[in-house]
Write a protein that binds this ligand. Sequence first.
Ligand code: AVJ
Length: 313
Amino acid sequence: MLDRVRPTDEVDEIIDGLKQPEKMISPKYFYDERGSQLFDEITRLEEYYPTETELGIMRDNIDEMVELVGEQASLIEFGSGSSLKTRILLEQLKKLAVYVPVDISEEHLLQSAMQIRDEFPGLEVLPVVADFTQPFKLPSPTVMPVKNVVYFPGSTIGNFTHEAAQELLEVMYQEAGEGGAMLIGVDLQKDTDTLELAYNDPAGVTAEFNLNMLRHLNREFGADFDLDTFEHSAEYNEDEGRIELRLISDTDQEVSIGDETISIEKDEGILTEYSHKYTLDGFREMAEAAGFRVERVWMDAEKLFSVQYCVRD
Ligand code: AVJ
């Protein structure tokens, strides 16, 4: 009967989140096909400054980045490497030993690895299917790398709580290995209006992106959320330095998923994403606690976003 419904681990995880005192669903459920398209659309919005700003920082400082990465490095990307930022880097890093994209979604990873191979014929590309929040084994490239450089663009680190981000930085430190480094995009704290506008675009694309998560859960995990009864909310929590995305129920209701029925009250929210914003000092402290030294920070003129090169001492 439920043969269209996917693995129970994931259903269990979703149910578990909905049973917490504050209901939550992991942001990884944003990204079905439509969700990925909507995110793409978000990155092209005037109000959503991070993508364009990070791209600008990459383009303006690429020579210095290439110099720091050096020759015969292994570039290990946390994430599938489907972005334009990765291409800018690969385009300029002419003497890379190997490029290693790491992602949990095998299909997406292998597809984007094939594309990268196509676009960069001389480059060895060795994708690794793994959950990069846990230590994983690196592949053996044909050319022995001089050092490992972990690349983590897009301020994806912002999705993690400080505790989880700290652990992730420690995994990056391990994967960087002796003499290794990390190149990471980190979004910065700024005025509340700018931040809230970036996640409440007037065209409603972010709202659609947020609501689409429920459509995804309905289709893939047999839930029965009524999308018309939820509203998008994105607020900046100044104390925590993070944008918080929620879906707010406009009525008392029950939702079923798997064998469970979940009661949701009118005005109750389901937390769908944190997007942490850092200060330079705040990020440096965490990088240092993981064993890195921040060697170079590049920013745009308005200091909206940073790209940081951190070395393992
Ligand atoms: C892909 C996690 C970096 O936090 O800005 C954009 C996701 N959510 N608009 C972010 C997102 C809503 C994005 N990250």
